[in-house]
Design a protein around this ligand. Structure first.
Ligand code: NI
Length: 218
Protein backbone atom coordinates (compact mmCIF):
# COMPACT_ATOMS: atom_id res chain seq x y z
CA UNK A 1 0.00 0.00 0.00
CA UNK A 2 2.62 2.48 1.12
CA UNK A 3 4.87 1.49 -1.75
CA UNK A 4 2.40 1.96 -4.61
CA UNK A 5 1.19 5.26 -3.18
CA UNK A 6 4.72 6.67 -2.99
CA UNK A 7 5.51 5.51 -6.50
CA UNK A 8 2.45 7.30 -7.84
CA UNK A 9 3.48 10.59 -6.23
CA UNK A 10 7.08 10.75 -7.21
CA UNK A 11 8.88 8.56 -9.69
CA UNK A 12 12.27 9.67 -8.36
CA UNK A 13 11.44 7.97 -5.09
CA UNK A 14 11.34 4.70 -6.93
CA UNK A 15 14.74 3.49 -5.95
CA UNK A 16 14.51 4.46 -2.31
CA UNK A 17 11.10 2.92 -1.98
CA UNK A 18 12.18 -0.22 -3.78
CA UNK A 19 15.12 -0.52 -1.41
CA UNK A 20 12.92 0.01 1.58
CA UNK A 21 10.54 -2.53 0.22
CA UNK A 22 13.20 -5.18 -0.23
CA UNK A 23 14.50 -4.44 3.24
CA UNK A 24 11.03 -4.84 4.61
CA UNK A 25 10.53 -8.05 2.70
CA UNK A 26 13.81 -9.40 4.00
CA UNK A 27 12.97 -8.32 7.51
CA UNK A 28 9.58 -9.96 7.38
CA UNK A 29 11.16 -13.15 6.11
CA UNK A 30 13.41 -13.15 9.14
CA UNK A 31 10.86 -12.10 11.70
CA UNK A 32 7.50 -13.39 10.71
CA UNK A 33 7.21 -17.12 10.57
CA UNK A 34 7.91 -18.32 7.05
CA UNK A 35 5.47 -21.07 7.84
CA UNK A 36 2.35 -19.45 6.43
CA UNK A 37 0.68 -22.34 4.76
CA UNK A 38 -2.80 -22.55 3.31
CA UNK A 39 -4.93 -24.93 5.30
CA UNK A 40 -6.00 -27.07 2.40
CA UNK A 41 -5.26 -30.43 0.87
CA UNK A 42 -2.86 -30.26 -2.04
CA UNK A 43 -2.48 -32.82 -4.79
CA UNK A 44 1.19 -33.62 -4.23
CA UNK A 45 2.11 -33.06 -0.59
CA UNK A 46 5.88 -32.57 -0.24
CA UNK A 47 6.51 -35.28 2.36
CA UNK A 48 5.52 -38.91 2.59
CA UNK A 49 3.95 -39.95 5.89
CA UNK A 50 5.31 -43.30 7.00
CA UNK A 51 2.97 -45.94 8.35
CA UNK A 52 3.00 -48.41 11.25
CA UNK A 53 5.75 -50.93 10.67
CA UNK A 54 8.22 -48.34 9.32
CA UNK A 55 11.56 -48.16 11.09
CA UNK A 56 11.52 -44.35 11.18
CA UNK A 57 8.52 -44.34 13.55
CA UNK A 58 10.59 -46.25 16.08
CA UNK A 59 13.72 -44.15 15.73
CA UNK A 60 14.43 -41.68 18.51
CA UNK A 61 14.55 -38.08 17.26
CA UNK A 62 17.60 -35.86 17.85
CA UNK A 63 17.59 -32.39 19.36
CA UNK A 64 17.81 -29.53 16.89
CA UNK A 65 20.79 -27.24 17.41
CA UNK A 66 20.18 -24.73 14.64
CA UNK A 67 16.88 -23.06 13.82
CA UNK A 68 17.31 -21.66 10.32
CA UNK A 69 15.40 -21.17 7.08
CA UNK A 70 16.00 -24.78 6.11
CA UNK A 71 14.26 -25.93 9.27
CA UNK A 72 11.41 -23.46 8.74
CA UNK A 73 11.02 -24.79 5.19
CA UNK A 74 10.81 -28.29 6.60
CA UNK A 75 8.16 -27.19 9.10
CA UNK A 76 6.19 -25.64 6.26
CA UNK A 77 6.42 -28.84 4.22
CA UNK A 78 5.25 -30.76 7.28
CA UNK A 79 2.26 -28.45 7.65
CA UNK A 80 1.36 -28.89 3.97
CA UNK A 81 1.55 -32.64 4.33
CA UNK A 82 -0.44 -32.55 7.58
CA UNK A 83 -3.24 -30.41 6.12
CA UNK A 84 -3.32 -32.63 3.03
CA UNK A 85 -3.78 -35.68 5.24
CA UNK A 86 -6.37 -33.85 7.36
CA UNK A 87 -4.38 -34.27 10.55
CA UNK A 88 -3.97 -31.99 13.56
CA UNK A 89 -0.39 -32.91 14.37
CA UNK A 90 2.69 -34.30 12.69
CA UNK A 91 6.13 -35.20 14.07
CA UNK A 92 9.47 -35.33 12.25
CA UNK A 93 9.88 -39.13 12.54
CA UNK A 94 6.54 -39.59 10.74
CA UNK A 95 8.03 -38.05 7.61
CA UNK A 96 11.35 -39.88 7.95
CA UNK A 97 13.16 -37.04 9.73
CA UNK A 98 14.51 -38.00 13.12
CA UNK A 99 14.54 -34.47 14.53
CA UNK A 100 12.66 -32.98 17.46
CA UNK A 101 10.25 -31.01 15.34
CA UNK A 102 6.46 -31.00 15.64
CA UNK A 103 3.72 -29.15 13.84
CA UNK A 104 0.29 -28.93 15.43
CA UNK A 105 -2.95 -27.21 14.45
CA UNK A 106 -6.07 -28.09 16.35
CA UNK A 107 -7.83 -25.12 14.69
CA UNK A 108 -7.36 -26.43 11.17
CA UNK A 109 -10.80 -25.17 10.15
CA UNK A 110 -9.94 -21.61 11.16
CA UNK A 111 -7.72 -20.19 8.43
CA UNK A 112 -6.65 -17.25 10.61
CA UNK A 113 -5.40 -19.35 13.53
CA UNK A 114 -1.62 -19.82 13.57
CA UNK A 115 -0.35 -23.37 13.70
CA UNK A 116 2.11 -24.33 16.43
CA UNK A 117 5.66 -25.21 15.51
CA UNK A 118 7.44 -26.87 18.40
CA UNK A 119 11.18 -27.37 18.28
CA UNK A 120 12.87 -29.51 20.94
CA UNK A 121 9.61 -29.75 22.93
CA UNK A 122 9.90 -30.99 26.48
CA UNK A 123 6.99 -31.70 28.78
CA UNK A 124 8.11 -30.34 32.14
CA UNK A 125 5.03 -31.24 34.20
CA UNK A 126 1.95 -33.42 33.94
CA UNK A 127 -1.31 -32.65 35.74
CA UNK A 128 -2.60 -35.31 38.14
CA UNK A 129 -6.01 -35.68 36.48
CA UNK A 130 -6.23 -38.36 33.80
CA UNK A 131 -8.67 -38.39 30.90
CA UNK A 132 -9.62 -40.99 28.34
CA UNK A 133 -9.94 -39.83 24.76
CA UNK A 134 -10.12 -41.52 21.40
CA UNK A 135 -6.92 -40.95 19.41
CA UNK A 136 -5.91 -41.52 15.84
CA UNK A 137 -2.63 -41.08 13.99
CA UNK A 138 -1.68 -40.20 10.41
CA UNK A 139 0.80 -43.08 10.56
CA UNK A 140 -1.93 -45.57 11.48
CA UNK A 141 -4.89 -44.49 9.35
CA UNK A 142 -8.24 -46.08 10.14
CA UNK A 143 -7.42 -46.86 13.77
CA UNK A 144 -9.15 -44.88 16.52
CA UNK A 145 -8.83 -46.10 20.08
CA UNK A 146 -9.07 -44.80 23.62
CA UNK A 147 -5.90 -43.69 25.34
CA UNK A 148 -5.54 -42.49 28.93
CA UNK A 149 -3.31 -39.46 29.47
CA UNK A 150 -2.90 -36.56 31.90
CA UNK A 151 -5.36 -33.82 30.97
CA UNK A 152 -2.97 -30.91 31.50
CA UNK A 153 0.73 -30.35 30.83
CA UNK A 154 3.43 -27.73 31.05
CA UNK A 155 5.75 -27.53 28.11
CA UNK A 156 8.94 -25.80 27.08
CA UNK A 157 10.17 -25.58 23.51
CA UNK A 158 11.75 -23.32 20.94
CA UNK A 159 9.59 -21.55 18.41
CA UNK A 160 10.33 -21.29 14.69
CA UNK A 161 12.62 -18.31 15.34
CA UNK A 162 14.60 -20.33 17.86
CA UNK A 163 13.25 -18.40 20.83
CA UNK A 164 12.77 -20.35 24.08
CA UNK A 165 9.08 -20.52 25.00
CA UNK A 166 6.92 -22.01 27.72
CA UNK A 167 3.26 -22.88 27.66
CA UNK A 168 0.51 -24.63 29.55
CA UNK A 169 -1.95 -26.77 27.66
CA UNK A 170 -5.15 -28.62 28.42
CA UNK A 171 -7.94 -30.32 26.51
CA UNK A 172 -7.34 -31.40 22.93
CA UNK A 173 -4.12 -29.40 22.68
CA UNK A 174 -2.55 -31.14 25.69
CA UNK A 175 -3.65 -34.46 24.22
CA UNK A 176 -2.21 -33.68 20.84
CA UNK A 177 1.14 -32.42 22.18
CA UNK A 178 1.59 -35.56 24.30
CA UNK A 179 0.79 -37.76 21.31
CA UNK A 180 3.31 -35.89 19.13
CA UNK A 181 6.04 -35.78 21.78
CA UNK A 182 5.65 -39.56 22.04
CA UNK A 183 6.51 -39.78 18.34
CA UNK A 184 9.88 -38.15 19.08
CA UNK A 185 10.65 -41.03 21.46
CA UNK A 186 9.54 -43.63 18.94
CA UNK A 187 6.32 -44.26 20.87
CA UNK A 188 2.95 -44.63 19.09
CA UNK A 189 -0.50 -44.24 20.61
CA UNK A 190 -1.28 -47.91 19.98
CA UNK A 191 1.56 -48.75 22.41
CA UNK A 192 -0.53 -47.04 25.10
CA UNK A 193 -3.83 -48.77 24.38
CA UNK A 194 -4.66 -50.95 27.37
CA UNK A 195 -7.51 -52.86 25.79
CA UNK A 196 -5.41 -55.49 23.97
CA UNK A 197 -8.37 -57.38 22.55
CA UNK A 198 -9.85 -54.29 20.98
CA UNK A 199 -6.46 -53.20 19.68
CA UNK A 200 -5.87 -56.57 18.05
CA UNK A 201 -9.34 -56.58 16.52
CA UNK A 202 -9.02 -53.08 15.05
CA UNK A 203 -5.47 -53.50 13.76
CA UNK A 204 -6.26 -56.81 12.09
CA UNK A 205 -9.37 -55.35 10.49
CA UNK A 206 -7.29 -52.60 8.87
CA UNK A 207 -4.47 -54.94 7.82
CA UNK A 208 -1.88 -53.91 10.43
CA UNK A 209 0.26 -56.35 12.37
CA UNK A 210 0.17 -56.72 16.14
CA UNK A 211 3.94 -57.35 16.13
CA UNK A 212 4.44 -53.68 15.11
CA UNK A 213 2.99 -52.57 18.44
CA UNK A 214 5.43 -52.20 21.33
CA UNK A 215 3.28 -52.08 24.48
CA UNK A 216 4.59 -49.65 27.08
CA UNK A 217 5.57 -51.09 30.43
CA UNK A 218 3.21 -49.63 32.97
NI1 NI B 1 0.55 -39.72 15.45
Amino acid sequence: MLVSYSLAINESLNKIVANQFSQLARKSRNNVSSTKVKKEAIENPPLEIFKLGSETLRTEAKRISKVDNKLRDLARDMLKSMYSAKGIGLAGPQVGISKELLVIDINFEDSAAEPLILINPEITAFGSTLTTYEEGCLSIPGIYLNVVRPSTIKLKFRDEMGRPRKMNADGLLARCIQHEVDHLRGVLFVDRVTSTDELKKELTKEGYKMKDVIPLQT
